[in-house]
Design a protein around this ligand. Structure first.
Ligand code: 5GP
Ligand code: ZN
Length: 140
C-alpha cells in the first residue's frame, strides 16, 4: 500500500506533489537527480509502486525496474562510462528514504566520492544543464 499523502517524499515526486528533476519515466518507474549528489549526475531510480525495500517488491515488477535502471545507465554513459549502482537496504546500511531506490553515481576520478560529510545541494543551473545532457532519446 502506498503511504498517505506526504508520508513518502519519493511517492510525492512520483505523483508530482513535490518537484524533482526527472531524467527518465515509464509506466512503472521514474528516475530523477539526487538533491544532494555524491557526484555530478547522481540519479535515483525508483519503482512508482511504494515499497520500502527490494524484498517487498512484487516479482512481476522486477523486469521493468531493471530495464529502467539500464536505460538510465545508458543516459548517464553520455557523462562517463564509470559509475556505481547501489541500493541501501535498512537504516544501518544507510537507507534514509524508505521507498526502494537505486543510486547511479557517476565517477570521474579514481578518488572515492563516498564520505559522511554533508553533501552540497544540487544547484538549479547544474540540474538544468544535466537535464539537457541526459534527455531521453529513442535509443534509451
Ligand atoms: P538513501 O540514503 O535512502 O539510500 O538515499 C536517499 C537519497 O535521496 C539521498 O542520496 C538523498 O540525497 C536523496 N534525497 C532525499 N530527499 C530528496 C528529495 O526530496 N529529492 C531528491 N531528488 N532527492 C532526495
Ligand atoms: Zn513512497
Amino acid at each position: 500500500m502506498p503511504p498517505s499523502s506526504g508520508a513518502c517524499i519519493f511517492c510525492d515526486i512520483v505523483a508530482r506533489r513535490s518537484p524533482a528533476h526527472i531524467v527518465y519515466e515509464d509506466a512503472r518507474c521514474l528516475a530523477f537527480l539526487d538533491l544532494f549528489p555524491f557526484t555530478r549526475g547522481h540519479v535515483l531510480v525508483v519503482p512508482k509502486l511504494h515499497v520500502d525495500r527490494l524484498v517487498d517488491l512484487p516479482p512481476e515488477a522486477y523486469p521493468a525496474l531493471l530495464a529502467a535502471l539500464a536505460s538510465v545507465c545508458r543516459q548517464l554513459e553520455r557523462l562517463t562510462p564509470h559509475y556505481n549502482i547501489a541500493s541501501n537496504q535498512g537504516e544501518l546500511a544507510g537507507q534514509i528514504v524508505f521507498h526502494l531506490h537505486f543510486h547511479v553515481i557517476p565517477r570521474y576520478t579514481g578518488a572515492s566520492p563516498f564520505h559522511d560529510k554533508p553533501r552540497g545541494r544540487l544547484a538549479d543551473a547544474e540540474a538544468h544543464e544535466l537535464l539537457a545532457a541526459l534527455r531521453p532519446t529513442e535509443r534509451t
